[in-house]
Design a protein around this ligand. Structure first.
Ligand SMILES: *Cc1c(COP(=O)(O)O)cnc(C)c1O
Length: 383
C-alpha cells in the first residue's frame, strides 16, 4: 500500500511532532515562561515570547502549516493581528490593494481606515461582478484580499479565476478562510498565496482563546514574523497551548458542525416564518456549485431572515434556550447574532439591507449539540 499524505484529522493531532520516547508526556506540556536561559557568547538561541519562538508556539505553528498545505505558518494574538501583520509585510506606501467589498468589519476598517492613512491605496471590489478584479488593476497593484465563505452572508467565492489572474500578473492572493477552517477548505490548493485565520473561531473552537494564523511561503512568514515582533502581536503560550488542545478535535468538530448545519438549513428552508436561508449546502444557494467544487464540507455557519421584522426577531432571540445570543463563532456552543447590532451596527437600516443584511437577518453559528435539540429550540422560539 502506498503511503499518501496524512488526512487533516491525523495532522491535527500529530502534525510536526517528533518521534516518541519512553517517558514523554502524551499531552503537550505548557511552558508558561517569557524568557529562557541563553548560551553565553552568541546571539543564537535567544527565545522570547514576543518573538514567537517558544516551545508551545513552535509546536503548533508546524501543525497549522501542514493543515493548510503551506511551507510555514505563524501564530499571532488575534485574527486582526494576523491580518494586520500579513498586510504590513506585503504592502508599502504607494502600493495599491484590491479587496473584496464583503469582508469582516474589522478587516474593512483596517484596510480602508488604517492602511490608507499610511499611503496604501485600497479599491473595494464586488467579487461577484464578472472580470471585476482585472478591470481595477493598476501597475501599483500588489495584492488581492478576499474572504470566503463570507461573514455573515455565507456567499462562497470561486478562488480559481482570481488566482489565475494574480499568478498571471504577479500579485499576492490573500484569503481569510476563517469560516471554512482547513477541514472544509485549503485555499492554497486553489492558488492562494497567503491564508489567514481567526484562530479564535474554529481552530480553537471552545470560545476561550484569542488567536490568529498566517500561513504561506517560508520567506513570507519570516517577514510577517518581523512585523509581529515589533508591532507586538505574539500570543501568550497558554493561548497556543489551548489551540493545540483544540486542534486535536478540529476534524470531528467541523464535520459534526457541517452535518448539524445542513440539517438545520434544510429544516429552516421549509418554515413559513423564515423568509430566506443562506447556506452554501442548499441546492438553491447561488454559490452551491462553487462550494461543491472547492470545499470538503459546507461549514457550520448559516444565516436566516425571519419574516417577523425587527420586533419579532427580538422576541425570537429572547425565547431561544440553547442558542446563546453572543458575538463570534466557530465553537462547540451554538450561537446566534444579529449583524445590525454587531458587524453592521454603524450602517443605517437601508444601507444594511443593501449590504445583504436586512432587519430580521440572523447569523447562526452551529455548535456540537444534537441537531434535533437545536431544531426543537428554533421551533419553540418561532411559535
Ligand atoms: C472573527 C474574524 C476575524 C477577526 O478575528 P479576531 O480573532 O476576532 O481578531 C477576521 N476574519 C473573520 C472572517 C472573522 O470571522
Amino acid at each position: 500500500m502506498s503511503r499518501k499524505k496524512p488526512a487533516p484529522a491525523t495532522i491535527a493531532i500529530h502534525g510536526g511532532a517528533g518521534p516518541h520516547h519512553p517517558g514523554d508526556p502524551v499531552a503537550p506540556p505548557l511552558v508558561q515562561s517569557v524568557n529562557f536561559v541563553q548560551e553565553v557568547g552568541t546571539e543564537a538561541g535567544l527565545l522570547y515570547t514576543r518573538y514567537g519562538n517558544t516551545p508551545n508556539l513552535e509546536r503548533v505553528q508546524k501543525r497549522l502549516a501542514m493543515l493548510e498545505g503551506a511551507e510555514a505558518a505563524l501564530l499571532l494574538s488575534s485574527g486582526m493581528g494576523a491580518t494586520a501583520c500579513a498586510m504590513l509585510a506585503l504592502l508599502r506606501p504607494g502600493d495599491h490593494l484590491l479587496a473584496a467589498t464583503s469582508i469582516y468589519g474589522g478587516t474593512l476598517r483596517l484596510l480602508t481606515e488604517e492602511f490608507t492613512r499610511h499611503g496604501v491605496d485600497v479599491t473595494l471590489v464586488d467579487p461577484h461582478e464578472p472580470r471585476a478584479w482585472r478591470k481595477r488593476l493598476r501597475k501599483e497593484t500588489r495584492a488581492v484580499f478576499v474572504e470566503t465563505p463570507v461573514n455573515p452572508s455565507c456567499r462562497v467565492l470561486d478562488l480559481r479565476p482570481i488566482s489565475y489572474l494574480t499568478k498571471e500578473v504577479g500579485l499576492a492572493l490573500v484569503v481569510d478562510s476563517t469560516f471554512a477552517s482547513p477541514v472544509n477548505l485549503r485555499p492554497i490548493e486553489h492558488g492562494a498565496d497567503v491564508v489567514i485565520h481567526s484562530g479564535t473561531k474554529y481552530l480553537n473552537g471552545h470560545h476561550d482563546a484569542m488567536l490568529g494564523v498566517v500561513a504561506g511561503t517560508e520567506p513570507f512568514i519570516q517577514e510577517v514574523l518581523q512585523k509581529m515582533m515589533v508591532w507586538g502581536q505574539a500570543p501568550d503560550p497558554f493561548a497556543a497551548w489551548l489551540l493545540e488542545r483544540g486542534l486535536k478535535t478540529l476534524d470531528v468538530r467541523v464535520r459534526r458542525q457541517n452535518d448539524n448545519a445542513m440539517r438545520i438549513a434544510n429544516w429552516c428552508a421549509d418554515r413559513k416564518e423564515i423568509r430566506k436561508v443562506h447556506y452554501p449546502g442548499l441546492l438553491d444557494h447561488p454559490d452551491h456549485e462553487i462550494a461543491r467544487a472547492l470545499m470538503d464540507g459546507y461549514g457550520g455557519m448559516l444565516a436566516i431572515e425571519l419574516t417577523a421584522g425587527a420586533k419579532g426577531t427580538e422576541r425570537f432571540l429572547r425565547r431561544l434556550k440553547l442558542f446563546q445570543h453572543a458575538a463570534s463563532l466557530g465553537g462547540v456552543d451554538s450561537l446566534v447574532s444579529e449583524p445590525r447590532y454587531t458587524s453592521h451596527a454603524r450602517l443605517s437600516s437601508e444601507a444594511r439591507a443593501r449590504a445583504g443584511v436586512p432587519d430580521g437577518f440572523l447569523r447562526l453559528s452551529i455548535g456540537l449539540e444534537d441537531a434535533d435539540d437545536l431544531i426543537a429550540d428554533l421551533e419553540q422560539a418561532l411559535k
